[in-house]
Design a protein around this ligand. Sequence first.
Ligand code: G3P
Length: 217
Amino acid sequence: MKFFIDTANLDQIREAQELGVLDGVTTNPSLMAKEGITGRNNILKHYVDICNIVDGDVSAEVIATTFDEMVKEGEELAELHDQIVVKIPMIKDGVKALKYFSDKGIKTNCTLVFSAGQALLAAKAGATYVSPFIGRLDDISTDGLNLIAEIRHIYDNYAFETQILAASIRHTMHVIDCAKVGADVMTSGLSSITGLLKHPLTDSGLEKFLADYNKGN
Ligand code: G3P
């Protein structure tokens, strides 16, 4: 399973990259605003800064909601850097835009996916990635992980190449559960990645090994 980091914070992106396990980055307008990145030019520059830190795909979201505007904005984003993936919302014009970019060989990430039907449409339109938001489903008492499993089942039935990018990951168990059900990618904040490191038996075991070594030296 690929690990993407879901942030626009350059320090956190660098930290994950330096850990050696990072495969890409996802952003959205809310994450950009959280870092105080506003204004079109600043946002475009920030995408390039992110691409210069990581080796993998970097999702950049369109703000447009009509087909013509999504195409214009998506083409501008795709020209910024060859690592840019155009992130498009799961709406009717978005499906048309996914097909347009797919035909042109431009990578896409279909976002705000909350049902298996939406994921099926995204795959039919040739999306590179589909992003089901599992945390937000859990928030409304719906099993987010089950959606990942359903999409996995459907995509495997027909050998769809669209990659399942589990998004809205809130904690380490989401990461582990997504790996169990076969998500291709998960995107989370840094704490859900570094949280995987932690185990008290690792800490106490290391402490004992070092203490025993030091007895003989
Ligand atoms: O990748 C989608 C993500 O940014 C949404 O996460 O925690 O706002 O539901 P959250």
